[in-house]
Design a protein around this ligand. Sequence first.
Ligand SMILES: *Cc1c(COP(=O)(O)O)cnc(C)c1O
Length: 387
Amino acid sequence: MADSGEHEFGEFGGQYVPEPLLEPLGELAGAFEEIVPTAAFQAEFRAVLEEYAGRPTPLFHAANLGEAYGADIYLKREDLLHGGAHKINNCVGQALLAREAGKERLIAETGAGQHGTATAMAGALFDLDTEIYMGTKDVERQKMNVFRMRLMGAEVNEVTRGGAGLADAVDAALEDFAGNVDDTHYLVGSVVGPDPFPRMVREFQSVIGEEAREQFLDRTDDLPDACAACVGGGSNAMGLFDEFRDDPVAFYGGEGGGEGPDSTSHAAPLSAGSEDVLHGMRTRVIDDDVDVHSVSAGLDYPGVGPEHAMFRAAGRCEYRAITDEEALAAFRDLAELEGIIPALETAHAVALAGQLADEGDHDSILVNLSGRGDKDMQQAAELLSLD
Ligand SMILES: *Cc1c(COP(=O)(O)O)cnc(C)c1O
């Protein structure tokens, strides 16, 4: 493993990758810095987000939920985007960058299939060959998403090694990337991995916070007291936080608390983990004796983006483990009170807003509604009995 010494995130981040990957990562960083700021790139990126993905998304004052919870709650409606979640922002950005950098092929890892699906959309839109790495276990559990990806022309490669899950799919994608850097872009799905991925994904997701900040100011003549988001790898949270980082606005992140941060079944490396190197970055990871688990597949990741590890260390953001049970209660609350069914991931952010409202330290809370719950209906129906 080599590390380039690139440490935008204090002691976290970096490039802990096999030596042959350093040059392609350096080239990618160069392309990102040169191409993305240009007026031409920005114009096309914004136009695709508007015409294809459905931006800007609304800011909704959730008065019923706010009344029940006891605070002024606003929801940034990323659930209304094409594909049903914020993931498309990043996939459009990276696919466009790949095309501009002369790449012909996209590869991506996927766990539950949400990122693979969003990558397949962008691959179809920009006419790039698309291959998705997915663990055999996930392929079996997520047949519909595999079908969706194939329907949009992507090839789905089953990964049988190791535990045949998300972490193994990442390893397979990194190996493919190392062997095919000339024509291939590895479209990483969150603010994770070696530099430049964490800052690049943040850049493409920061459109969330840019819009939300302006919408909130327009509506209230003020900034929110707090921002809350769920944290898997951490991209929807960072996309919301980035624009508010220098404002007097408190940040809260809700991790997949599973059966609780003190149990051996959770996905909460910030609330209950330790520092280590994973997937090319120094960050916080869950401990060895813990099984990665969350009721929501999208939060089910053993690590987290390095900037979140830095925010935690610096006290800029408070991270809490939201248990499966708390998330499911919030999932029901938002459905019943507002007629909005959130993704199970997103329900962690809603539950977090409920805790903050209870504690009474913040009058207004801006919640990133990262995705919609349609994909989770079967699972929710099995977990909740409604009579
Ligand atoms: C994938 C996903 C997440 C988790 O990813 P982050 O990178 O932490 O944002 C959260 N919410 C939804 C709806 C997702 O699909």
